[in-house]
Design a protein around this ligand. Structure first.
Ligand SMILES: *[C@@H]1O[C@H](CO)[C@@H](O)[C@H](O)[C@H]1NC(C)=O
Ligand SMILES: *[C@@H]1O[C@H](CO)[C@@H](O)[C@H](O)[C@H]1NC(C)=O
Ligand SMILES: *[C@@H]1O[C@H](CO)[C@@H](O)[C@H](O)[C@H]1NC(C)=O
Ligand SMILES: *[C@@H]1O[C@H](CO)[C@@H](O)[C@H](O)[C@H]1NC(C)=O
Ligand SMILES: *[C@@H]1O[C@H](CO)[C@@H](O)[C@H](O)[C@H]1NC(C)=O
Ligand SMILES: *[C@@H]1O[C@H](CO)[C@@H](O)[C@H](O)[C@H]1NC(C)=O
Ligand SMILES: *[C@@H]1O[C@H](CO)[C@@H](O)[C@H](O)[C@H]1NC(C)=O
Length: 433
């Protein structure tokens, strides 16, 4: 077995001259493919080769070094493959037009991805050493704060996969949503565990990041998430300082979207985001169902919302969701429920049920004088809401308002409403109400 060093003196000299390096190559030894970073140029061809040669009952090892990713990668037929990444992967920033033209569609809201991983029995481990750098700043600048830019690649898509483990990876400056975990069918995407991940994206320019969600689950069953730290600043710091605007945090930290079932998320720290969210859902063709979700042991620092549910007035249901052990500080509107997100239309016509929802041990400070804003549809009132140990204090002191409309068991739900919540109540508060 032969392991090539990342860059011998001769190779380094050649690299400096910008000559093609044909030497660093995938080596295959038994069922293990070992990849050495080229050090310059494009590592995508050799990464593709490794995934082709070791696609079944194999291990792929990416040795330490910097890997340059200049092309879309799609590896969707893996079977029993362990991928061990010890190096840094950098997504190129000088060929945006290529990414815009070539990213792979993921069938959701016209969004695209730069890396699709799928198959069965896949283990992707970063050993605390893998660093994924999406060069997101150029995307933020290119996008100029616009909304979901077509072709702007999502970082990693686990696609129609079964039995997947992703562990110990650090992401910096993602181009878009860090990960998007999804499948069209429950039979093909289930049992996905994602542990010990650290994701931070922050715009250093005047353009904001826009929708750099930590994770979005969609059409997924049996997803386990543990030990994550997610930071996703939206409006950039210079903008904030220059304009003295309030940070508007439109991206979500952990977002459980349509047709997600049995989602178990624990020990997550979110900075500058929507924290734990169900939705959006209910704006597609089919019924959008979210069931059996647990969010536990969350810290939400300086977030827009903490433990909340947003649907459109379409088809589907949200059932059996628990938010447990939340601590937060300075959150615009900690608890928020709406049947008509963004549109504020059809709020009281929505028939999408929201039921069996528990908030337990929810404590922290709200930025304004509202602890909870919950408007349910009068056509399908929320059912079986349960609150235990809710302690939300406005940071300026006093008591937080709890605004409620159309909650069927309001009188016995364990939290006293202080007023009604209008249909068009906003997700983002900008002051006391
Ligand atoms: C999975 O692949 C490994 C090699 O990486 C092999 O040792 C093992 O036997 C395979 N498992 C099955 C169930 O085939
Ligand atoms: C984004 O894309 C891939 C996975 O899609 C990842 O390896 C890369 O590091 C990511 N970049 C960032 C900054 O997250
Ligand atoms: C779920 O996936 C893990 C690998 O991440 C595997 O060890 C386990 O056997 C799978 N469970 C089922 C029920 O297939
Ligand atoms: C979470 O982190 C703790 C402390 O580092 C570690 O002991 C535990 O094994 C981690 N959990 C998982 C599922 O990796
Ligand atoms: C929670 O996750 C963080 C990493 O985000 C880790 O440092 C910490 O040890 C974990 N705590 C527990 C109780 O597992
Ligand atoms: C509700 O969801 C939890 C996960 O949070 C699950 O353990 C429980 O079995 C579910 N209850 C029902 C009735 O499906
Ligand atoms: C929120 O995060 C900032 C930056 O890490 C830190 O200074 C502050 O103490 C945190 N607040 C809380 C309540 O955790």
């Amino acid at each position: 077995m032969k392991f090539l060093s990342a860059c011998s003196p001769l190779l380094c000299a050649l690299a400096a001259l910008n000559l093609p390096l044909a030497v660093a190559e995938v080596t295959k030894d038994g069922s293990t493919c070992t990849v050495t970073a080229l050090g310059s140029g494009d590592d995508t061809p050799q990464i593709k080769k490794a995934f082709q040669q070791c696609a079944t009952d194999s291990r792929i090892v990416f040795q330490e070094g910097t890997y340059n990713i200049r092309q879309v990668m799609e590896f969707t037929n893996l079977k029993n493959v362990s991928i061990d990444i010890f190096g840094k992967w950098v997504w190129s920033a000088d060929n945006l037009q290529y990414w815009i033209a070539n990213t792979l569609p993921v069938e959701y809201a016209g969004l695209h991805t730069g890396w699709k991983l799928g198959g069965t029995d896949i283990q992707l481990r970063g050993h605390g050493k893998a660093l994924f750098d999406g060069n997101g700043q150029v995307w933020m600048d290119e996008n100029r704060g616009g909304s979901n830019r077509k072709g702007r690649p999502i970082n990693l898509t686990i696609w129609k996969a079964k039995n997947v483990l992703v562990d110990g990876i650090t992401w910096r400056q993602s181009q878009f949503w860090h990960t998007f975990e999804s499948s069209r069918s429950v039979a093909h995407s289930s049992n996905v565990t994602m542990t010990n991940l650290d994701m931070r994206t922050r715009s250093n320019s005047q353009w904001s990041a826009v929708n750099t969600d930590g994770v979005d689950t969609w059409n997924s069953d049996n997803v386990v998430i543990r030990n994550w730290t997610v930071e996703c600043y939206d409006v950039s710091l210079p903008t904030m300082l220059r304009t003295r605007t309030i940070l508007i945090k439109t991206q979500d930290c952990i977002s459980v979207k349509a047709n997600s079932r049995n989602i178990d998320v624990r020990n997550v720290t979110c900075y500058e985001s929507g924290c734990a969210v169900i939705g959006s859902l209910g704006n597609g063709n089919g019924p959008d169902i979210v069931e059996n979700v647990l969010f536990q042991d969350f810290k939400c620092n300086h977030s827009s919302n903490a433990a909340w549910i947003k649907t459109y007035s379409g088809q589907g249901r949200v059932k059996n969701v628990t938010f447990r052990n939340f601590e937060f500080s300075d959150v615009d509107q900690p608890i928020y429920v709406t049947p008509c997100i963004y549109s504020s239309s059809g709020c009281d016509n929505s028939r999408l049920p929201i039921e069996d929802i528990t908030w337990s041990n929810i404590r922290g400070t709200s930025r304004y004088n509202v602890a909870a804003g919950m408007h349910c549809s009068s056509s399908a009132p929320c059912k079986n809401f349960k609150f235990e140990n809710i302690d939300i204090k406005p940071k300026a002191g006093g008591t937080g308002k709890v605004l409620c409309s159309n909650i069927q068991n309001q009188a016995s739900m364990g939290l006293t409403c202080t007023g009604t919540c209008p249909a068009n109540w906003p997700q983002q508060l900008k002051g006391n109400r």
